[in-house]
Design a protein around this ligand. Structure first.
Ligand SMILES: NC(=O)c1ccc[n+]([C@@H]2O[C@H](COP(=O)([O-])OP(=O)(O)OC[C@H]3O[C@@H](n4cnc5c(N)ncnc54)[C@H](OP(=O)(O)O)[C@@H]3O)[C@@H](O)[C@H]2O)c1
Length: 297
């Protein structure tokens, strides 16, 4: 689908995306690039980065891939420094790196729980911490009064409760909390906007491939409020909105892009039955307790 944004909304900007070599992160990298940004992608697998960079460059996008693990502070520091060295500035940090797998709490060791928090929550914090000196207003390569942007990719699992994902729910709850606290503190002190995006189930991603078995996908569509899964494009468009001037007054918000799924409840009474019930109630209310129609009283 064609983007509704002008092709130059991110012209001159430099974005670093953790997890930018695959799935949702790669689509955001692509759309940022198509809208004028130079992109750096970070991940642990060299081959994934190389393939992604080749695909981006084939579209005329300036791109580099840097190996690194968000759990390691020295990797985070090296990666942001490399981006600055290569492009001369850093404007946007997207924290998309995450780990996920289905497991019941009784089978999840505290170590497994900790690993996901280490990647999603501590990793997000570490990347923000190391990127601050390049993102803040007046940083090298940046204007005196204009800071950059942080976008944290979250989820909706923790808004209610999610089966078999206690680790990710806890991790993303922490991510949302980081988004709000950093928005307050770094918005005020450094003119850095900090926002999040909470995707619902997104078609064609490693996430849904791992978590929603193929045979469940058609059923999933049936109970979605819009009868469809989201596309990676939907998340990338939300990211473009927040990263461009269109979102210049948005700070501390996590935009939910899930088609309304997290609000949805099963419809226990068919719609026709509700209509009949309300017609009955209406009829009764037009009749007084004496049985004489209220209009004749
Ligand atoms: N897919 C969905 O339906 C869905 C729904 C809600 C939220 N989300 C969120 O959206 C984001 C992307 O999900 P996705 O499904 O598109 O999955 P994905 O492509 O598997 O995203 C994970 C990415 O993070 C990187 N990564 C993982 N651990 C890392 C580490 N320690 N250091 C650096 N990079 C690391 C991975 O690359 P390496 O393995 O090479 O490091 C990979 O590129 C995630 O934050 C996820 O929680 C997705």
């Amino acid at each position: 689908m064609e983007s509704p944004f002008k092709a130059d909304v991110l012209k001159g900007k430099v974005a670093l995306l953790t997890g930018g070599g695959s799935g949702i992160g790669f689509e955001i990298s692509t759309q940022f690039g198509r809208h004028g940004a130079a992109v750096a992608i970070m991940g642990r697998r060299r081959q994934v980065l190389d393939d992604a960079v080749a695909a981006l460059r084939s579209q005329g996008i300036q791109a580099i891939g840097i190996e690194g693990d968000v759990r390691k502070q020295e990797d985070a520091a090296r990666v942001v420094a490399t981006v600055f060295k290569h492009f001369g500035r850093l404007d946007i940090l997207v924290n998309g790196a995450a780990g996920n797998f289905l497991v019941s709490p009784e089978d999840l060791s505290p170590n497994g729980f900790r690993t996901v928090l280490d990647i999603d929550s501590v990793g997000t914090y570490t990347m923000c911490h190391e990127a601050l000196k390049y993102l803040k207003k007046g940083a090298p390569g940046k204007e005196e009064s204009t800071g950059g942007l942080i976008l944290n990719i979250s989820a909706t699992l923790h808004y209610t409760a999610a089966w078999y994902q206690i680790h990710v729910s806890a991790a993303k709850a922490a991510v949302d909390s980081l988004t709000r606290s950093l928005a307050l503190e770094w918005g005020t002190d450094y003119d850095i906007r900090v926002n999040g995006i909470a995707p619902g189930p997104i078609e064609g991603t490693p996430g849904t491939r791992k978590l929603v078995p193929e045979e469940m996908k058609s059923k999933t569509r049936e109970f979605m409020p819009l009868f469809k899964l989201g596309d990676k494009w939907d998340i990338a468009m939300a990211a473009l909105y927040l990263a461009s001037d269109a979102g210049k007054y948005v700070n501390g918000t996590t935009v939910i892009v899930d088609g309304g799924l997290w609000l949805s409840r099963p419809r226990h009474i068919p719609k026709e039955e509700v209509k009949q019930l309300s017609r009955l109630v209406e009829k009764k209310s037009r009749t007084s307790p004496t049985g004489i129609p209220s209009s004749k009283l």
